[in-house]
Design a binder for this molecule. Structure first.
Ligand SMILES: [Zn+2]
Length: 59
């Protein structure tokens, strides 16, 4: 499992393999480059922080 990040909509998600398009907005390219790339550590931290906040809200 790896984390990926979409530059088009700034959506971060986990998947087993790099998808050819964003799972959220469907973008394949952004400014001439692949829209989806491996998330950086900062982007993963942000995703985990958001998920933790979502978990708190749903309780
Ligand atoms: Zn996207």
């Amino acid at each position: 499992m790896s984390y990926f990040y979409c530059d088009t909509c700034r959506y971060c998600f986990s998947a087993n393999a790099l998808p050819d398009r964003c799972l959220d907005c469907g973008a394949q390219t952004y400014k001439g480059k692949p829209a989806v790339h491996l998330a950086s550590n900062d982007e993963i931290d942000e995703l985990l922080r958001i998920q933790a906040e979502d978990a708190k809200i749903s309780k």
